[in-house]
Design a protein around this ligand. Structure first.
Ligand SMILES: C[S@@+](CC[C@H](N)C(=O)[O-])C[C@H]1O[C@@H](n2cnc3c(N)ncnc32)[C@H](O)[C@@H]1O
Length: 215
């Protein structure tokens, strides 16, 4: 009889290695995520009721659309800022969503921090951040450092794809988001609380150690 931990890991490995996550769509737009993570995000949004959602990594725009629809269900005035080095793959219905603003550039560029600060001033309230762009350790660390300029107590940060590099998928990928979070906590142990119970709620997550509430 396999243990509960073995069953959870086997499902995680199947979900990741089958690449079914590349078949996930929200309202017809591809959204490269674990669907149970998306449900978890929806639960966080319902509690947080943010005025602004900031996403690093737009790709097709399915996740930006998800955050816009779910976020506006709990706060009709919500805005979404989605940052990517290229927006050429974004689906037309995402471009038609007036709550979504796209910023083209690198998510570690100080220009992006200035844009976030400006939007915070225009739309006061809590902010939900999600880091899903370049998954190298150095880039994710740079994003987390950039957030230090704009983040406030009570905000929420998701660091996606910490499951790569053997946590438990893609062993040998190289240091990524998981190692970036570890390094960040070595630098700033008191910045965030990791919500491990929430991250484990549905058995597996693409964001291990990546559900962070700002202290
Ligand atoms: C995994 S995809 C995003 C998926 C999307 N969030 C979703 O859930 O469907 C990663 C995206 O990050 C973008 N990207 C890569 N390096 C980046 C950087 N330095 N700054 C911002 N975006 C970057 C890529 O162009 C790509 O569109």
């Amino acid at each position: 009889m396999p243990s509960e931990a073995d069953v959870k890991e086997a499902y995680h490995q199947w979900y990741y290695n089958s690449e079914v996550w590349q078949e996930v769509k929200f309202l017809g737009v591809p959204c490269y995520k674990s669907v149970s993570d998306m449900w978890n995000y929806q639960e966080i949004l319902a509690e947080l009721k943010p005025s602004l959602i900031v996403e690093f990594g737009t790709r097709f725009g399915g996740s930006a659309l998800f955050f816009s629809v779910m976020g506006r269900a709990v706060n009709p005035d919500l805005k979404v800022l989605s940052v990517d080095i290229s927006h050429e793959d974004v689906y037309p219905q995402v471009l038609l969503d007036s709550a979504i603003q796209l910023a083209t550039g690198s998510s570690s560029d100080p220009v992006i921090a200035a844009r976030i600060a400006k939007m915070r001033a225009l739309f006061p309230g809590k902010v939900f951040f999600i880091l899903d762009s370049d998954h190298t350790k150095s880039h994710v660390l740079a994003e987390l450092e950039l957030l230090r300029i704009v983040i406030q107590s009570g905000d929420y940060v998701i660091v996606e794809d910490g499951n790569i590099n053997g946590h438990p998928v893609l062993p040998g990928w190289g240091e990524g988001p998981y190692e970036a979070v570890e390094e960040y906590f070595a630098r700033y142990p008191d910045d965030y609380t990791i919500e491990t119970e929430r991250e484990g709620k549905f058995g597996f997550t693409f964001a291990p150690k990546g559900f962070l509430r700002k202290n």
